[in-house]
Design a protein around this ligand. Structure first.
Ligand code: HEM
Length: 497
């Protein structure tokens, strides 16, 4: 008897925790669709109230262990909501092709408030369709054509600074500043002094720190600071909108301001402000991630740089002087396009997308209940696709038109898919290709770590910022090489991100 009492007195906290966990599971399971005969997917709701939010923000919940434990569809509880995570081309196809009918976009409430209701990603149904048409006017073939020269000039200026400047720079932050400058110029039509750009970079960082913070708007909180940063960003957008319209601006804002739909509809001032802040954010944060991966993956693969240079040479674009490009020249570079696609397959910047379930539906024999959040995962979908062999290899040749015969939709989705696929994807592709061309033409670089630890939120990035040394690619035409010539090691030793 004494032993039992001792046992209970020692173990009661653990027993109490188990009872609370059980009640937490029963409580969340009771939110399933009781009219559906299908079970919920397997998975865990984590700790009471906070669920698995900490794991979600640190690993974006998509680490391999969960996949192995529960399969391609599992339940969890993150950011205050019972949630389903899904991956794999067929599952993602079902989710994304049900937009506006079976699911609708639903970002965590902090993101909703920071972007505002006027943003494209935060709008629904008919309003989404209307706004999307108007915003797309900023990314037509003609609009992109007009952006090539300013983008190329800015990329060239920055690449030259890196080569002539300090010995070692953080590639991630250098690329981020470059892409923000491009976004300011090409999206907003604004040009600033160098010191002002660092202020804008900081403002955007404070803004995005609030995305996954508790949406508590009290002085001192992360979310409060993010909301203050939002005010500053609105001020920048307004400044740009107020400028006289008779100057010869070529920027996305101008295309959007003059964008009129078939029935004469236009965006309100608030919608325009919120849209351009969204475009500025998406325009630099995701592309900076992709460009950092370009630097990292090409440093591992000097052979690929060699092939890029061969292609530039074939089109007379490798000359030191007198070189100019337009959109058609960029689009003609097939191998550069293959490299860009392969970077986005192996290192997709965005983890996935959030949706709210409007109607219970089925995935892999389980119910996805009405009212729950569902998140589709991009990088694991790429890994699960049977359209790609040797998935961990960086192999731009897999995108050669002769090798790539299958339809890739929902197998390859760095830009999402369905009605909400990325509105700026052609702009992003153009930026990445121009960066590849400019770097291959004019510099060589070594990275300190070929396989840095990566973080996933808000976008994929090396935790150490990717310390890199750039130098001019001189007449001796030495190849790109990583520290200690490590890139010359056998390919089998260099797999995976
Ligand atoms: C490599 C760069 C980029 C990547 C990987 C990327 C990825 C994505 C993805 C995956 C989505 C869909 C999210 C969802 O399903 O909810 C998306 C949507 C969006 N992207 Fe991008 N993006 C990139 C660049 C850009 C650029 C340059 C812009 C604008 C200048 C942009 C603007 C947007 C907007 C406004 C949406 C929301 C569309 C909607 O809800 O209809 N993105 N992007």
């Amino acid at each position: 008897m004494g032993l039992v009492v001792t046992f209970i007195s020692w173990c009661w906290p653990a027993i109490l925790l188990m009872v609370i966990m059980k009640l937490w599971t029963i409580y969340n399971d009771s939110k399933m669709d009781q009219t559906s005969p299908l079970p919920l997917p397997r998975g865990s709701y984590g700790l009471p109230i906070i669920g698995e939010t900490i794991a979600f923000v640190t690993q974006f919940l998509f680490d391999e262990t969960r996949l192995q434990k529960y399969g391609n569809v599992f339940k969890t509880h993150v950011l205050g909501e019972p949630t389903i995570i899904c991956m794999g081309p067929e599952n993602v196809r079902k989710v994304l092709s049900g937009e506006h009918r079976v699911v609708t976009s639903s970002w965590p409430s902090a993101i909703k408030r920071l972007f505002g209701e006027g943003a494209l990603s935060q709008s629904f149904g008919g309003i989404h369709r209307k706004r999307q048409k108007l915003v797309r006017k900023a990314f037509t073939h003609d609009a992109l054509k007009s952006y090539v020269t300013p983008i190329r000039d800015l990329v060239r200026k920055h690449v030259t600074y890196w080569c002539d400047g300090e010995n070692e720079v953080q590639a991630k932050s250098k690329l981020k500043s470059m892409l923000l400058e491009i976004a300011c110029k090409v999206v907003l039509g604004l040009e600033y002094e160098k010191s002002d750009y660092s202020k804008i970079v900081e403002t955007y960082e404070t803004f995005s720190n609030g995305f996954f913070a508790p949406p508590i708007n009290i002085p001192g909180s992360v979310f409060y600071k993010a909301m203050q940063a939002r005010k500053t960003l609105h001020k920048y957008a307004q400044e740009s909108m107020d400028r006289k319209t008779n100057d010869d601006r070529i920027d996305a804002l101008q295309y959007i301001q003059s964008s009129i739909g078939e029935n004469g509809e236009a965006l309100s001032e608030e919608e325009i402000r919120e849209s351009v802040i969204e475009l500025m954010f998406s325009g630099h944060e995701t592309t900076a991630s992709a460009c950092t991966s370009v630097v990292m993956l090409l440093a591992r693969h000097p052979d690929v740089i060699g092939k890029i240079r061969d292609e530039l040479d074939r089109y007379g674009m490798f000359e030191e002087d007198g070189y100019d490009v337009d959109l058609d020249d960029i689009n003609r570079l097939q191998y550069v396009g293959q490299v860009m696609k392969e970077v986005l397959r192996l290192a997709p910047p965005t983890g996935g997308g959030f949706r709210k379930v409007l109607e219970t539906f089925e995935l892999e024999g389980c119910q996805i209940p009405k009212g729950w959040t569902i998140i589709y995962n991009i990088s694991n979908t790429h890994r699960l696709s049977n359209h790609f062999d040797n998935i961990s290899d960086f192999d731009p040749d897999r995108w050669h038109p002769d090798s790539m015969t299958k339809n890739q939709s929902f197998h390859y989705l760095p830009f999402g898919g369905g009605a909400r696929s990325c509105v700026g994807k052609e702009f992003a592709k153009l930026l990445i290709k121009i960066l590849i061309v400019e770097m291959a033409r004019s510099c060589s670089w070594t990275v300190k770590q070929l396989y840095p630890r990566m973080s996933r939120l808000p976008v994929l990035n090396p935790v150490d910022g990717l310390p890199t040394s750039f130098k001019r690619y001189g007449k001796e035409k030495q190849g790109v090489c990583c520290q200690d010539g490590i890139a010359l090691l056998k390919e089998e030793n260099l797999r995976g991100i």
